[in-house]
Design a binder for this molecule. Sequence first.
Ligand code: AMP
Length: 801
Amino acid sequence: MDVDPQTTTKGKEEQAEEKKGIMVILVGAPGSGKSTFCQDVMKISSRPWVRVCQDTIGNGKAGTKVQCLANAATALKEGKDVFIDRCNLEREQRADFLKLGCSLGNVHAVVLDLPAKLCISRCAKRTGHEGNLQGGKAAMVVNRMLQKKELPKLTEGFSRITYCQNENEVQAAVNTYGSLSLLDSLPSGVFGQKNSESKVQLGIMKFLKKVDGPCSAANISQVSVGNKLHNENNIALHGPESGVASSGNAGAEVKDFEHAPSGNVVNEVTDCEHTLSGNSGNEVKDCDNVGEKVKDSEDIVMVPREDTCFSDDVPTLAFPSISTADFKFSIEKASDIIVDQVQLFLQKYHNVRLVLVDLSHSSKILSLVSSKASQKKIDTSKFFTFVGDITRLYSQGGLHCNVIANAANWRLKPGGGGVNAAIYSAAGEALETATKVRAGSLMPGKALVVPLPKTSPLFSTEGITHVIHVLGPNMNPMRPNCLGNDYTKGCRVLREAYSSLFEGFGSILADQNKLIHESNQEQVLETKDQSELNLMKQFSLTDQKGKRECVNEIEMSKKCKGPRKESESDNTELLNRDDDRSTKKRDESMSKAWGAWAQALYNIAMHPDKHKNDVIEILDDVVVLHDLYPKAEKHLLVVARAAGLDQLADVRPEHLHLLRSMHNVGLKWAEKFLTENESLVFRLGYHSAPSMRQLHLHVISQDFDSKHLKNKKHWHSFTSPFFLDSVDVMEELSKQGKVTLNNDERYLTKELRCHKCRSAHPNIPRLKTHISNCQSPFPAALLQNGRLVLPPNKLSASKSS
Ligand code: AMP
């Protein structure tokens, strides 16, 4: 039997008391094999599994989520292990089960992320399905549900997530769970996840046309699952599972959709696979899944997680095991030290997370640490282990870590191998330079905090704001300063190393916290916009005890070799426009409040001379630049240069002159572009709640032809009332002395409609295809009051019509 090597088998007596139930939440579309998975595990397992299945729970009728929760609760109380066998594709659907299982500290997800075509094919062919989802309707249900798919994350409260993207991986997971004895546990972390691009699934139409899908050779990668390397090359889809639609059912169904006029409601889809048991038009019970109606056939495109970046995650430090690889420190001893130091840190700090990372699934240190941490009952939401590349935790694993630790060398130089080489290479020269100005070398047992410059790719793509270099003891005679076998000293130094590392993380939190506190006070005085306060809360610690101790931590961290406070370094360049001390302090605080990533426009506006390559025009009161991620063929930003004017909410009557100036500059550029390309049409306006600091006017062509326009939020931010036309803003300010913002988030989540003809579209690619061909005129409201900037010939035509 193929057992996951990370299964930790402890001494029987030691563990007899420790048997902990597991809740496994299956995540997968209808036809992905959830029920089969459960049954296969239960056939070979010696553990007392109970399968809670919404399709069967109602004795022949469609069950409800509430029934599932009740059954799961009973089973857990009886000491059973539980499978939650429902689709669970959305975070919200999983939340109640996670809540129920969280007392176990042992809730796992098994994601059956198989190709859509395979799931559809299976559903289409099955007969006598428990949930009665079979035959031709399957294609629509699977497609619809997959569109809503939100892959599970550890941050939801899972201690372990296993991804299976082909049948070999499913079998490996069956073996892992099936061979788990009563006293075994599985290590925490994410296993088997490929890069996020692989989430793009094949659309139904392509499937039916038998186009090669994501299983084509180009996408094949070698992945490690359990203790085996499975080469996906060997995986052939064949027989009834081949994914090739054999006969008409699914096809006929899809054709119907394609020709269904939009707005023809067919059905609502639920997690429970009963959904389409009857005729079209059924309303479904327990509809915890999809609130939307099915309107059209759709290609399934999972949008990359761009706009989930920098969400309000708990401040997180990811760190590799120090000294256990190249420096050959005993893994057994190191794991004790890690768990002790983590425990000490978590006693002091509350709203934080620590994550021990290793590249390898078969990492011994990860499994030792996770089993020792679980013995010490360390909260798994605050400390867990994670398999992945420490330089790609967010982009590949969905785990946002603000700070990462580097197992550095004493010279603080790139090179060598392992983590040090990987981090320097991923962070680019910026890290080397930033490190150099802080220290030239590092002693064993010490840590050095380095704020990551915004120019570093690690900052922009992973959201990492700091790297903490840390040097541990060396027990390897082939490396400098070997301690021989002196583990008394070795353990002391390793303890110091972790303690300095965590203190360094504490000092970053303390800095953030202090600035937030000051900023909050100023905010109250200035009655600033609530969204700023929300942003500032991102890093705030939960209690006063934490705050006091954070301040102490700063003092302690000063003893570390050279870590400068971030405020001394990163923000100084931002400040020379105002030398007044309080303004300076406010600016520092506001830089924090907006987050470092949101400062780019502010920096450019304050120091355009330092950003000559970015700006295309510098005037006394504004600078003009190309939007770095243009959402249309032409997209400029006209940025105000006045300090203290972060966004439209800050605008007062005295700024009217400035707004006019911004408008006129924008207009001039739009007209310039129109002389080059007469097919363009422009709109000038502001976002009600901008993402970037410093008041800026968007000058954007209305083709929205851009690869950067990727999601609903992007679309609605330029086409819903969230976008305020510059002409309207000026008019309201001059007449009312204020600007009314439309910053209700709901504007950004509405269905996708063409900005001209208002037709609805299921997803961004389809919308883009439509707008590239839409010949309809712009709505009348936009054609009035100079809201649109048109070429002279179209202007007269629009006036006459
Ligand atoms: P808003 O939501 O109004 O704050 O829009 C900010 C705009 O700034 C977005 O359209 C971004 O694509 C753009 N942007 C973000 N970073 C930069 C940058 N470094 N330089 C220029 N534009 C940027």
